[in-house]
Ligand binder design. Structure first.
Ligand code: UP5
Ligand code: MG
Length: 199
């Protein structure tokens, strides 16, 4: 049978914009597999025998973006494992990637012709709301980057490195923007209507 190409939606937005929350809601209603680049990196950081655990740990605390070779290999592995288990499962939400020029170049180098990027789902949220949500979560998340110091760096990295990537996709007409500063329900209503339209 003909191998189907993976269909990818990139999910972007600031730290705490609600990417993970909305992706969890999406997979309940639509036929997508959710892959969070951040979650994959945190899992790799904690894996015994990992060669890049220390590097990942340092980068995450500093709100810096891990070299793309590491992130792409984790994403590819997760995609391949999903498809291997069920060949119908070719639709992916890639959450929190690509975050900078290095990420985008790495993706294009490795995945060009191997996966289709359908569009970018952009959760647009002001910095203050993002920071407040992460600080609130930090009371119980145990995430090493949910503190004021790391958050300042995460916001700066987002503004300097990730926004330009979103702008690039915007110029190609590939961005679907949602006002993510509202309630989870209100945001999801918009997400649903976008996905209903895009298939
Ligand atoms: N919440 C969510 N939606 C809400 C709403 N509408 N109203 C009120 N509260 C809402 O939500 C964050 C918190 O807000 C939660 O408590 C939630 O209940 C509440 P969440 O859904 O987790 O938001 P999300 O956007 O996923 O926030 P996250 O903190 O995961 O975003 P980041 O982009 O900062 O984190 P990520 O895990 O993607 O990356 C972490 C780090 O990993 C990066 O800083 C970087 O160092 C590294 N990284 C890479 O280097 N490369 C990559 O490709 C990816 C990550
Ligand atoms: Mg997340």
């Amino acid at each position: 049978s003909r191998m189907m190409k993976p269909q990818v939606v990139f999910v972007l937005g600031g730290p705490g914009a609600g990417k993970g929350t909305q992706c969890s809601r999406i997979v309940e209603c639509f036929n997508y597999t959710h892959l969070s680049a951040g979650d994959l990196l945190r899992a790799e950081r904690g894996r015994e025998g990992s060669e890049c655990g220390q590097l990942i740990d340092t980068f995450i605390k500093d709100g810096k973006i891990v070299p793309v070779e590491i992130t792409i290999s984790l994403l590819r592995k997760a995609m391949e494992e999903t498809i291997q288990k069920d060949q119908e499962k070719i639709r992916f939400l890639i959450d929190g990637f690509p975050r900078n020029e290095d990420n985008l170049q790495g993706w294009n180098r490795d995945m060009d012709g191997k996966a289709d990027v359908k569009f970018v789902l952009f959760f647009d949220c002001n910095n203050q709301t993002c920071v407040n949500r992460c600080l609130e979560r930090g009371r119980s998340s145990g995430r090493s980057d949910d503190n004021r110091e790391s958050l300042e760096k995460r916001i700066q990295t987002y503004q300097q490195s990730t926004r330009p990537i979103i702008d690039l996709y915007e110029k190609q007409g590939k961005v679907r923007t949602v006002d993510a500063s509202r309630s989870v329900e209100e945001v999801f209503a918009d997400v649903k209507s976008i996905l209903d339209k895009e298939g």
